[in-house]
Design a protein around this ligand. Structure first.
Ligand code: DX5
Ligand code: ZN
Length: 218
């Protein structure tokens, strides 16, 4: 089992001072920051564009950026996000496009790739892609907004994907995103997850170091 990785979500950070929010994560010794990119089409909300990643880099942010593209046409943007400073780029399986080609393109751009499933999307939708990914992201809320309640009914999906991973000796990380906190995270861990995106739970935690230390023990 891979060690647990905590990825604070910048969506819950201070949008008037994103560099300061990223710096809080970096000061704790964490390696990753999760950055949610929404286009107002695939999800009914708007967040950050590539310029935000570039600005974080200019501000000295050394964190690895886990870039979650909630976009109808991710192929139009992967190159821009890679050049802006993304280290991992994940794309949703739901829109119709050549997923294999975009996953390959992300690696050619020097980034790790990831495939994401919405709550209503069955695990079977990504099964054929598992040999070609560095990360599978199981959404545990409907994407679009932070601060939503964790969906317990998605735990079996995490378990199924972990079982396939073990059966076929895949090495991808299995990430969960949405409503993950100190109560729901361990349930995901027990189901096989090893990467934990936390927005509200992390940025609202009175003691962020204690939060990170707790996740490290999962
Ligand atoms: C939701 C985003 C999440 C969000 C999670 O669409 O993909 O990354 O920031 O926020 P919390 O942890 O508050 O549910
Ligand atoms: Zn996300």
């Amino acid at each position: 089992m891979l060690p647990p990785l905590l990825l604070p979500s910048l969506l819950a950070g201070d949008h008037a001072n994103l560099a300061a929010s990223a710096a809080q994560v970096e000061q704790l010794g964490l390696q990753w920051l999760h950055v949610d990119i929404m286009d107002g089409h695939f999800v009914p909300n708007l967040t950050f564009g590539p310029e935000v990643l570039a600005a974080l880099r200019r501000a000295g942010c050394k964190l690895s950026l886990d870039t979650h593209l909630m976009l109808d046409e991710p192929m139009r943007y992967v190159e821009t996000f890679a050049r802006a400073g993304a280290n991992l780029i994940s794309i949703h399986v739901e829109p119709a496009y050549d997923h294999r080609a975009v996953l390959k393109k992300i690696r050619e751009l020097g980034c790790q790739n990831g495939i994401v499933l919405n709550p209503a999307t069955p695990a079977s939708a990504i099964e054929r892609l598992l040999p070609f990914v560095d990360l599978v992201l199981v959404m545990t809320v409907q994407p679009g907004f932070g601060g939503q309640a964790f969906r317990h009914d998605l735990l079996p999906k995490i378990k199924q994907i972990d079982e396939w991973r073990q059966q076929h000796h895949h090495t991808f990380r299995l990430e969960v995103d949405g409503g993950v906190d100190l109560t729901t995270g361990p349930l995901c861990r027990a189901a096989g997850a090893d990467a934990f995106v936390a927005g509200s739970a992390f940025f609202k935690a009175p003691d962020k170091a204690a939060f990170a230390a707790a996740v490290a023990k999962w």
